[in-house]
Each structure stands twice: as C-alpha cells, then as structure tokens.
Design a protein around this ligand. Sequence first.
Ligand SMILES: [Zn+2]
Ligand SMILES: [Zn+2]
Length: 385
Amino acid sequence: MGEIIIAPTGKRAIRFGICQRCLSTNVRTFTCHHGSCAYCRNCLYLGRVCRCDYLEERDIATLAETTELTMPFELAPAQTRVASQLLTWWDERKTGLVHAVCGAGKTEMTFPVIERVVNEGKRVLIVSPRRDVAIEWVERLEHAFTVPVTRRYGGGEKASIGMITVVTAPLLMNLRHVFDYVLVDESDAFPFAFDVALWNTIRRAGRGVFLFITATPTMWQKTFPTIHLSRRYHGFDLPVPTLVKQSDERILDFCQRHISKPRLLFVPTKPDLERYEAQLRETGVTCRTVSADTEERLETLDWLQETKGVVLATSIWERGMTVRDVQVAVIESEHRLFTTRGLIQMAGRAGRKPDAPTGEVCFFYEERTFRQDQAIRAIKEANRR
Ligand SMILES: [Zn+2]
Ligand SMILES: [Zn+2]
C-alpha cells in the first residue's frame, strides 16, 4: 500500500499500452534516451513515465492516531438520520449512496462516520472533483477534528498520508490501497462516473468501502444502497423553476424585478456571454461575465454578493457556488449543452441560505424540451419526499 513512485526496479510503468500509474490508455509514442518508446500523457503532471521506467510502491502513511470530534452545530433530524445510516453502512463495510439535493448540508453529516473510521485506526479519503470544494472540506474538517488533515491538491502538501486526506481527483492517481473509507463528493461538481480510468484510480486508492454523495446520481450509482436527503436542512422546499417564453423584454424584466438582489443568468456558450452582455448594457443593466477562462471568479462571486449585481455565466457556475438570496435565470434553456442534471444544478443555486431559503428560478425557452420538463419534475419530486 502507498504511493506509486518511479524507481530503479519494480513493475514496468507502461504495459500493453496502459499506464500502470494512472491506468490511462492515453499513451503516445516518442523517442527517449533508449530510442523508440512510449509515455503516458494522462499523468504527465506527476513527472513523465515512459515504457523503460519502473514503478514501485512506497508506504507513506503516518502512524495511526485517534481523534476527537467537535460538531460545529447540532444536526437537523434529517441529517441525523443520514449520519446514523452512514455509521451502519461502515459497520457492515458497505458502499452506499447519499442522494442529497443541492444545499442539503451534507458535509457535517459525514463527520460522525469519519470519527468512527479514524478511531478504529482506519484512514479516510475525501475525493472532490474541484479544488475550491476540496478547500472548503479541509476548512470544515480542521475545525471539527483534532487530527491533521492531509491535503493533496494543487498547492497542498503531498509527502505523507494522515488519517484524513482531502484530494482532488488528479492527485489521487498514484495512490494504491491506502484508504479504508473513500467518500466521493460530487454533489457540487461534475460527476466522475463517466470517466472509467478515473473511477478505477479511485477504486484502487481505496480498499473496498465507498460513499457517494451526489445530487444527480447516475444509473450505476443508483445500484448501491441509497438514502435520500431531500429537504434542505433549513426545511424549505427547493425553488421550482418556471418556464417563460424568451424575449429581450422578459429577460430585462427578470433583471428589474429583482433589482435589490443578486441575479445570476446562465447562458449556453462563451459567445452568448458577450451577446447578452451587450444586449443588457443597451437597456442600462451593467453586468459581469464568468466563464471557464475567467480568472477572477472568486472576486466576481464577492462582487455579485456585495453589489447585488447581475452576472452572466456559463455552466462553470452551475455547481459549487453559493450566493445569499441569488435569483436564477437560464437563458436558452433548450440548448443541447444544458443537460437535465445541469438544469437541476443551476436551479439549485437559488435559496441555499437558511436566512434566504427561497428565490426565483426562471427557465427562458425558445423551444420546449424533454430535459426542461424532466428537471422540473425531478425538483418537484424531491420536494415531495
Ligand atoms: Zn499515466
Ligand atoms: Zn523510454
């Protein structure tokens, strides 16, 4: 068990066109100092491995230690129910799925099971697909637990593995059989389920017991024992989107109707950002735009919250961001880039705070689609449970 490193002896790094470090087949031929060779492109950021390299496992786990847990707040009844189910699954060494709606307060309800795993001398891994979500996990864990939290993401330390580790998926690839309990948090980020190589590395890092937390489970994830956390922890329903035939006037009206609140308008593509920004500017509405290329995304988030302004965003913001009292619109909601899961996530941006639990969600459409209906149906269903 441990970390897979390049060593003078050991197993061949690339066998049968598969990288043995990250299990990717994204292998490309090139010329190394031995002549004609091949290297893996998928885990290049860990240092290049080519076919003439060898891999070895190095034990980098720290000594086991126990922890104390201080809960930051008392769990609501719905969260307590989930927390005790997680304890049962762990005792039975079962993989499970928490189907939690956006904003369900899922982090803290995992703390009791993390405490139990650690105090049994076992190691916990929390996998997040995104760095900002990983950082939030670390902050909350460090407040609650007395053991140090190992960070393995861009900018984090990587030398050893403690009792609790938080990782972004790419920095997991060279770990093997280290973690007794692997919590995959994709509730606020893109799901892993479609990436088989990535799932294989997650599985390989663990020792058989996994917990998935997601707002939008895949068919495959639904095959595991499931517990639903449908109500938000503050007890209010999810805002149900309304469908509105799209026109320039109606978009403007949406912006003016909520003039004293932050407003977030999703558009399908980057060119749309410019187009709608220009259109809004003509009518006297100033706004900022956010896409995957925007570097000052966090700053824009603060700006949106503080100035109660308008932000046009691509789906980069469909998960993982919380703005108090934000009002949400999806422009051209029929666009093929907006999946059902994406639409649910975008709607889930509204009403996330206990002191502002409601909000308007508006799907503007030029065409009605199955995906719009499916998203609305899923949200209504979650409210009924
Ligand atoms: Zn590789
Ligand atoms: Zn080589």
